[in-house]
Design a protein around this ligand. Structure first.
Ligand SMILES: NC(=O)c1ccc[n+]([C@@H]2O[C@H](COP(=O)([O-])OP(=O)(O)OC[C@H]3O[C@@H](n4cnc5c(N)ncnc54)[C@H](O)[C@@H]3O)[C@@H](O)[C@H]2O)c1
Length: 336
């Protein structure tokens, strides 16, 4: 809830950030991304994140991330953090925020497609904003479904294991897609959608990776986080720029500040076409820094040379005998 509040606050200050669409490097089997953002008052943050959908076959996670927050008046780093968990938390908090602004008030049934690492966080997030009673879920991997069911057992939710995505999405109020597959995969088909449903499409988040049959888009009130990035990476990447401009109703900050609405009536189909933006990571790092100061937790990590004369950098290494050892003692790599 705190994180959702931080994200909401930061989206409401949208104009005071410098943000760019994230640079992405595509490699065989995945993508590597860097997500920088600068608050013009206090902080600069960046996150490094990947998406390698086949990693789970070799016992590694699909998405891992690290990040840093720096102060802008000196540029000095203040905190370096793991962000794999923070990514799951901020993604859940952001889709909860969007759902709160877009889904019908009485929405209580959820279809969750893709029960991997992010999935339980999504359910927990949505429970903060709607009285979710039933979760219908599906994944192409039965083991991922077993894990999801086990983790949510005891949550007082009615969990309905479905045989396919169509079965899962039947008659629900909210659909969340969070699958990992690098390709234009029609995880959800247009024919299955009923009036009034709200969709959080989260897994289509890079070039060449989408989850919705493209004919769904013209039927929806579409909200994105940041048009310039979403146009390259989101569901709307399959549209021409002109068509995308026409179909996208708002960027999320416009719902947060009340200048646009997320839903006009109970019959409308609404779509939060999420790709994940640097502002959400900024909020997560800002909250982490605040909590670590409040509770005095975290480890001290010295990644900035400690020198009395700031122009005397060379004194951090032993000039007499420059070899690999003296080089490494000055550079101090932390191996992960
Ligand atoms: N929008 C955002 O802000 C955001 C943030 C984090 C992750 N993501 C994206 O979310 C996706 C999931 O991430 P994760 O960490 O949970 O990955 P994961 O690999 O742990 O889980 C993905 C699951 O999707 C399942 N799947 C793949 N294709 C499917 C299909 N056609 N139908 C049903 N299930 C299918 C896989 O079997 C797997 O269990 C990734 O694509 C990632 O890039 C988006």
């Amino acid at each position: 809830m705190d994180l959702m509040q931080f994200i909401k606050e930061d989206f409401s200050r949208w104009q005071s950030f410098t943000i760019i669409p994230r640079p992405a490097m595509h490699v065989p089997g995945g993508v590597l991304e860097l997500m920088p953002i600068c608050d013009n008052e206090k902080y600069y943050t960046f996150k490094y994140v990947n998406c390698h959908p086949k990693n789970t076959l070799i016992g590694k996670q699909t998405v891992v991330a690290t990040g840093q927050i720096s102060e802008i008046n000196t540029g000095y780093p203040l905190m370096f953090s793991e962000m794999t968990l923070l990514t799951a938390l901020r993604t859940a908090a952001t889709s909860a925020l969007a759902t709160d602004l877009m889904a019908r008030k009485n929405a209580c049934t959820l279809a969750l497609i893709g029960t991997g690492a992010q999935s339980e966080f999504q359910v927990r997030g949505l429970q903060l904003v709607r009285d979710i009673k039933e979760v219908r879920f599906f994944d192409i991997d039965p083991n991922a479904m077993n894990k999801f069911e086990k983790n949510l057992r005891g949550s007082r939710l009615k969990l309905v294991r479905c045989k396919n995505a169509q079965d899962a999405t039947m008659d629900v109020d909210i659909i969340t897609t969070i699958t990992a597959c690098k390709g234009h995969v029609d995880v959800i088909k247009n024919d299955w959608l009923r009036e009034g449903v709200h969709i959080n499409a989260l897994g289509g988040d890079t070039v060449g990776k989408t989850e919705l049959e493209s004919s769904i888009l013209p039927r929806c009130r579409i909200v994105v986080e940041y048009f310039d990035q979403s146009f390259v990476e989101g569901e709307i990447q399959r549209l021409s720029r002109k068509k995308a401009k026409k179909l996208v109703n708002a960027e999320l900050f416009e719902l947060v500040n009340g200048s646009k609405s997320g839903r006009i009536d109970d019959k409308e189909i609404t779509l939060f076409d999420s790709v994940g933006i640097a502002l959400e990571d900024y909020s997560a790092l800002r909250l982490t820094l605040k909590l670590s100061e409040k509770y005095n937790i975290g480890e001290e990590l010295n990644l900035t040379p400690m020198i009395t004369n700031p122009k005397d950098l060379i004194s951090t290494i032993n000039l007499g005998e420059i070899n690999e050892g003296t080089f490494l003692s000055g550079v101090k790599p932390y191996i992960m």
